[in-house]
Design a protein around this ligand. Structure first.
Ligand code: NAP
Length: 245
């Protein structure tokens, strides 16, 4: 049910914390990988993927260039599993959050996801097979603290996931999302280092600890595999119980 041999998976932002763990977990389940980065700095993750027996190709592209995505994606091989993982965050109170920062976050975290899901989704629809998994957030459900652009984008991911799932479920393409809680990566480096916020966050997590990238990877493997063939439009929280609180 969880076997991914014969499948090709593209993980955007595969150099980063969650992206790397997801790429390695998919390879361990048998998938061939297309690793993606803004730059070609992918040697380490490629080694990790090969160590667990996976094949790895590379796709280098800056997802901030949203209008160029359809053309850039045309060079990709047939993708069976698309993981929209790449993302950025800009922290500032709404009154000081510049429109430039807002735009940057919306471009990478939402517009690029729509563009890439459509470019690859059309090809999945033609083959009547595919899995699209986007990385959402607790801030797909909650307002968050001084990250208005990020919160808007991640709420958008939850909506887009459901919208695409409704249209494509009958065509054999499952569209879902994972919503990580607080995970120890570069994305949360400022929070992990904050002597006030860090203990506040940890004490609110029922599991009593921050998540690790591998915690998210297992949920992505599930949503990428035949085990989830009847799961459509779901946003799966992987949060140590944060939302249950
Ligand atoms: P990360 O370590 O900072 O990884 C982010 C990845 O996105 C990096 O590989 C980065 O590439 C890539 N990226 C950023 N902008 C890009 C662009 N313009 N073009 C191409 N690639 C780009 O952070 P992470 O925590 O693993 O984040 C992965 C996803 O999880 C994001 O969508 C994030 O919002 C989401 N998430 C994280 C948490 C958490 O607690 N960490 C919680 C909820 C959701 P470079 O290395 O080249 O910058």
């Amino acid at each position: 049910m969880f076997d991914l041999h014969g499948r090709t998976a593209l993980v955007t932002g595969s150099r980063g914390g969650i992206g790397r763990a997801v790429a390695v977990a998919l390879a361990r389940a048998g998938a061939d990988l297309v690793l993606h980065g803004r730059t070609d700095d992918l040697d380490d993750v490629e080694k990790d993927v090969r160590r667990v027996g996976g094949q790895a190709r590379r796709w280098i592209f800056d997802l901030a260039d949203t209008t160029a995505i359809p053309e850039a994606a045309a060079v990709l091989p047939e993708i069976d599993i698309l993981v929209n993982n790449a993302g950025i965050i800009r922290r500032a109170p709404a009154a000081e959050h510049t429109f430039h920062d807002w735009r940057s976050v919306l471009d990478v975290n939402l517009d690029a996801v729509f563009q890439l899901s459509r470019a690859i989704g059309v090809r999945m629809l033609a083959r009547r097979r595919g899995k699209i998994i986007s990385v959402a957030s607790m801030l797909s459900f909650q307002g968050g603290v001084q990250v208005p652009g990020y919160t808007a984008a991640k709420h958008g991911i939850a909506g887009l996931t459901k919208a695409l799932a409704c249209e494509w479920a009958a065509e054999g393409v499952q569209v879902n999302a994972v919503a990580p809680g607080y995970i120890t990566t570069d994305n949360t480096a400022a929070l992990q280092a904050d002597p006030v916020r860090e203990p506040e966050i940890r004490s609110r997590i029922p599991a009593g600890r921050w998540g690790r990238p591998d915690d998210v990877a297992g949920a992505v493997v599930f949503l990428a595999s035949p085990a989830s063939d009847y799961v459509n439009g779901h946003v799966l929280a992987v949060d140590g119980g944060w939302l249950a609180r």
